[in-house]
Design a protein around this ligand. Structure first.
Ligand code: FRU
Length: 474
């Protein structure tokens, strides 16, 4: 029997026509050639080349059994589409080569991912319907596979969990290798499990690295642990956090804790509370890596699973869905993660225009694919910026609000309580907005779908300061 992806070129060429004709196709963001994209996977820089793998279903924009798509870059800005790296073609991953990470050792890349297998039965909640095997892939170059084998079979996970144990991330500490996995307990709590290995091939379970309580979601996906500055950071994507007034308004969220690993009992001891990483509508399942110059870089999916019922993504009809957010450099300052766009993206800047905010009217600036920096002389008491068709960013009474109109396709608003507003750095692409606030203190990431030629950049209110605009061209 022909495997379904063997007919991919024909299926893809039909979708490709639609995607190519779509004015909402992104320009300087990474998106699927056709079909569906979700989490970043295996992010790594190896012998100078950046590799970005990602969850990918090229034959349909609606998702399904995921492959690992593959893009490479020399500068993190210009990417080349490579052949699919891994497909769901083994018994241990036949329903999806799910998310995972890369670890460089002895001049080879070791990838770890979750092999998803669906059985008859309830796939979502029980412990009888699914396998999530942990697979180890060795590659000499990031393109070819030298070995691919199960290192933790589904039956070998500890008792007390549902079938949801996935998304391995591997790191080293004092010559020993550790793997963390996200898990959902049988009573619906999020846990992170820890394994250890002396050689990357044999793994033994050490216990629960961190356990959530009933207020912290029902499943924790995509855990990531790293040291940054003098702190240790644990980043993860909890599903099902209950919304509070200003937080967790997406069905699933992303956040981090800083703290320290207790290496005697292999637990993570948080020293700070959970801090949400992005306050927009489309941000999930991020993964970080350290590049060869020592920077901690974060890739994230500019999308989300299980979106709000009132939202429908109009690019599905155009043969594709979802994209990657711009890669961000992470630093830890005063105990908080700051996220800044990679400076490499400045090479896209053209046609600079600078104005005092008080000088501009509706016809001064217009644009679709651009970067905008607003520097305020002091925190404005009231400020309103209208972008593209009808997206508004307002600041009033200590609240920064991102509000979509029709071009949000059902999305409404997200808010951040903010005592001071000193700076905004906004990246607009054909169908996305990323708003970095106060030099990376907060970020709001959102897809947006304006009609063509809707290029408003309009400021109202009493804000004093400077606005700088660049066209961005790849
Ligand atoms: C997060 C996630 C991961 C899983 C992958 C499957 O978005 O659900 O937990 O490995 O996507 O595509």
């Amino acid at each position: 029997m022909q495997a379904y992806w063997e007919s991919l070129p024909e299926v893809q060429s039909v979708l490709k026509e639609k995607v190519t004709a779509d004015p909402w196709r992104l320009t300087y963001h990474q998106m699927p050639v056709t079909g569906w994209l979700n989490d970043p996977n295996g992010a790594v820089q190896f012998n100078g080349t950046y590799h970005l793998y990602h969850q990918y279903v090229p034959e349909t924009p609606n998702g399904g059994a995921t492959h690992w798509g593959h893009k490479t870059s020399k500068d993190m800005v210009h990417f080349k589409e490579e052949a699919i790296f891994l497909s769901p073609d083994q018994l241990f991953d036949e329903d999806g080569v799910y998310s995972g990470s890369a670890f460089v050792h002895d001049d080879k890349i070791h990838f770890f991912y979750t092999g998803n297998v669906k059985h008859e039965g309830d796939h979502d909640y029980t412990y009888s319907g699914r396998e999530q095997n942990t697979i180890h892939v060795v590659s000499p170059d990031g393109f070819t596979v030298e070995s691919r084998e199960v290192v933790i079979g589904h039956a070998d996970y500890p008792a007390g969990y549902t079938d949801h144990i996935r998304d391995p991330k591997v790191f080293e500490h004092e010559g020993v290798y550790y793997m963390i996995l996200g898990a959902r307990t049988r009573n619906n709590l999020g846990h992170i499990l820890l394994y250890r290995s002396d050689d990357l091939y044999e793994w033994s379970y050490q216990g629960v690295f961190l356990a959530g309580n009933e207020d912290q979601g029902f499943m924790w996906e995509c855990p990531d642990y790293f040291e940054l500055g003098d702190r240790e950071v644990l980043l993860f994507s909890p599903q099902g956090l209950l919304p509070t007034t200003y937080h967790y308004h997406n069905p699933h969220t992303v956040g981090y804790l800083t703290g320290a690993v207790n290496w005697d009992d292999y637990t993570f001891e948080p020293k700070t509370k959970f801090i949400e990483l992005d306050h927009g509508f489309d941000f999930y399942a991020p993964q970080t890596f350290e590049d060869e110059s020592g920077r901690r870089i974060l890739w994230a999916w500019m999308g989300i699973g299980d979106t709000e019922p009132e939202y429908s993504n109009p690019t599905v009809a155009r043969g594709w869905q979802h994209a990657m957010a711009l890669p961000r450099q992470l630093t830890l300052e005063n105990g908080r993660l700051l996220q800044r766009p990679l400076p490499e993206y400045q090479c896209l800047r053209h046609n600079i225009k600078t104005h005092r905010l008080s000088e501009i009217d509706e016809s001064t600036l217009k644009g679709e694919v651009y970067e905008l920096i607003l520097e305020f002389d002091e925190t404005p008491s009231s400020f309103e910026l209208t972008l593209r068709q009808d997206t508004q960013l307002t600041y009033q009474d200590g609240l920064l609000t991102l509000k979509h109109g029709e071009s949000g396709f059902g999305r409404r608003k997200r808010m951040i309580p903010l005592a001071d507003l000193s700076q905004l750095q906004i990246f607009s692409d054909t169908s996305s907005l990323e708003i970095f606030i106060n030099d990376g203190e907060y970020v709001m990431t959102s897809r947006v779908y304006p009609k063509q030629d809707q290029q408003l950049i309009h400021v109202k209110g009493d804000a004093q300061g400077q606005i700088t605009y660049w066209d961005l061209k790849l």
